[in-house]
Design a protein. Structure first.
Length: 131
């Protein structure tokens, strides 16, 4: 990683998950901007330009993460988005395989199933933010 600290936007309505990700990312040398939902994330984006975003799928709305990722990509297209969700475990839906075809409405660069191990997240960050 370069000498410049990169900023990660973490958006999740689960306070424990948000706090855990914040602690681990900061320990790994990242600046973290944390938000508890779509509205707070959009407000945070007014004053911050993250290098990467980690967004929960289900927040205020069932598809809130997709809507937020779409808005973020519209504002700042090069910002990679990692979607995290427990939907696959709860429903059997496999969004990760849908991502292979990269549907235009799904503005995410990676999908991880909760519970997310930090090693998994770190591998995706390193892949999406090389150097």
């Amino acid at each position: 990683m370069s000498a410049t600290r990169r900023t990660v936007l973490v958006v999740d309505d689960d306070e424990d998950f948000r706090d855990q990700m914040t602690l681990q990312l900061e320990a790994a040398g990242f600046e973290v901007v944390a938000a508890d939902g779509e509205a707070a994330a959009l407000a945070a984006l007014e004053g911050a330009a993250p290098d990467l975003a980690v967004i929960d799928l289900m927040m205020e709305h069932m598809d809130g993460g997709f809507a937020l990722a779409y808005r973020l990509k519209k504002r700042q297209p090069p910002v990679p988005v990692i979607m995290v969700t427990a939907v696959a475990a709860e429903t059997g839906l496999d969004f990760a395989s849908a991502l292979q075809g990269s549907p235009g409405w799904m503005r995410v660069d990676a999908m991880l199933s909760k519970p997310v191990r930090f090693e998994q997240l770190r591998r995706e960050i390193d892949r999406l933010l090389p150097g």
